[in-house]
Design a protein around this ligand. Structure first.
Ligand SMILES: *[C@@H]1O[C@H](CO)[C@@H](O)[C@H](O)[C@H]1NC(C)=O
Ligand SMILES: *[C@@H]1O[C@H](CO)[C@@H](O)[C@H](O)[C@H]1NC(C)=O
Ligand SMILES: *[C@@H]1O[C@H](CO)[C@@H](O)[C@H](O)[C@H]1NC(C)=O
Ligand SMILES: [Cu+2]
Length: 334
């Protein structure tokens, strides 16, 4: 872990907020927030710059040196989500862990690739309400993430800045080689509808809210894009993943803001996924090596729960990420 922080220290782009991430001070606010906007609120120049930086991460050498088979930082991020796929989903720390992964991705864009902006999000409701998914401008071949797969067995995307992306980490292992696939599905894009979001927003308990957001608002983007995005573990191989999860994170932030006095410390829910749910997606239970060190005393997600991204960024706790404007996440959404 320390190795790459030292490496980074030699880069002039290292920011003060990056350093303070190493030792979070619970309760302290971040002084220079990353203002995360909808992809559609970015200028063409900002969109092009984001896509450049995303490609840079894909081509950037690994930084942890501890993930077998990883050929890039992109593979390292991919590995941490795949490896913990049976642990960070269907649990109370689902929203906090993904909030930290999105932050990690944003930080890497900034520190390794000179990206000066914040992580944008994909406004799926706006796209759902304005037309079919295959007409959404976010999938533009030039100023977007490229379009649908080819409809064949592999379903490789045909255009856009990521058409030559080769993924190396899969559910089967770390020596894979496969393309970025998609299979747009309009019938499941309907899950992104407004009433599904409103239903979650009015939940009063965290344990009900996260499960609600997980079901339709979260599944919509994954299932409607399909291919790599449709796989619960491999989904973050598609660069659109981080805009989808920023969108979900924004919904959770809006829910938190509706009752900040209680919801900036609200967590709960199981901390290991029920095996019956894992069986549905063909996953074994999580390894004892993560479960035994999760920081919780029992089987419920607590503020002390450790969020781990394989040392790409330091371990933090759920308490460290509940306040979006705190030192660790350091963000706000428009
Ligand atoms: C879209 O997804 C639904 C639900 O998974 C599935 O039943 C349907 O066959 C899919 N449609 C297409 C065109 O793939
Ligand atoms: C929203 O999606 C849910 C889940 O598919 C569906 O039951 C509901 O009818 C939809 N609501 C609207 C207003 O389209
Ligand atoms: C980070 O958390 C993981 C998983 O809980 C644990 O295995 C690892 O030892 C922790 N790393 C440090 C530096 O504490
Ligand atoms: Cu995930």
């Amino acid at each position: 872990m320390t190795a790459w922080w030292f490496q980074l220290a030699s880069l002039s782009l290292l920011t003060v907020s990056t350093l303070s991430l190493v030792t979070p001070h619970p309760g302290r606010r971040c002084t220079s927030l990353n203002t995360r906007k909808s992809w559609y609120a970015l200028s063409k120049l900002e969109q092009a710059e984001y896509l450049r930086a995303a490609r840079c991460l894909i081509n950037h050498p690994p930084i942890t040196g501890s993930i077998e088979g990883a050929q890039s930082v992109w593979d390292e991020l991919h590995h941490t989500h795949i490896w913990q796929g049976n642990y960070i989903h269907y649990v109370g720390h689902f929203l906090p862990w993904h909030r930290y992964l999105v932050r990690t991705h944003e930080l890497l864009l900034q520190t390794l690739c000179g990206y000066m902006g914040a992580q944008p999000y994909w406004d799926e409701l706006a796209d759902y309400e304005s037309g079919p998914i295959d007409e959404a401008a976010i999938f533009d071949p030039v100023l977007g993430f490229g379009g649908d797969g080819d409809g064949g067995d592999d379903g490789c995307i045909q255009d856009g800045p990521f058409r030559d992306l080769t993924l190396h980490i899969s559910r089967e292992g770390n020596h894979a080689s496969y393309c970025l696939s998609r299979a747009f599905n309009q019938s499941v894009f309907t899950w992104a509808n407004r009433s599904n979001i409103e239903e979650c927003f009015v939940k009063t308990e965290y344990d009900d809210a996260w499960q609600c957001y997980n079901q339709y608002p979260h599944s919509a983007g994954h299932a409607a894009v399909g291919g790599v995005m449709g796989d619960p573990c491999e989904s973050n191989g598609d660069p659109i993943f981080y805009l989808h999860h920023a969108y979900l994170d924004r919904m959770w932030w809006q829910w938190q803001q509706a009752d900040e006095a209680n919801r900036l410390t609200a967590v709960g829910g199981v901390n290991v996924p029920p095996q019956a749910i894992l069986d549905l997606v063909g996953l074994p239970g999580p390894s004892a090596s993560v479960v035994d060190y999760n920081g919780d005393e029992g089987d419920t997600t607590t503020l002390r729960h450790v969020l781990w991204v394989h040392g790409i960024t330091p371990n933090v706790t759920v308490a460290d990420v509940l306040d979006l404007g705190g030192e660790v996440i350091c963000a706000t959404y428009e």
